[in-house]
Ligand binder design. Structure first.
Ligand code: SF4
Length: 57
């Protein structure tokens, strides 16, 4: 079994359920291309699909 390295994810999306003090506290996140493809031209073309708004709590 491959053990994944634990990384810190800095994030500025302060209204996300998983956000705390400028960092993500989710166990894992899913990042995808905004156009649904498999290649992005720049970071602006990517997005975090694990985002969950705080309003749902
Ligand atoms: S789930 Fe995504 S949007 Fe939410 S805090 Fe983590 S990295 Fe940011």
């Amino acid at each position: 079994m491959i053990k994944m390295a634990a990384i810190k994810v800095k994030c500025s999306v302060s209204n996300c359920h998983y956000w705390k003090d400028m960092y993500c506290v989710a166990e894992d996140i899913e990042v995808n291309c905004q156009d649904g493809g498999m290649e992005a031209e720049s970071s602006e073309n990517t997005c975090c699909d694990t985002f969950e708004p705080m309003e749902n709590e």
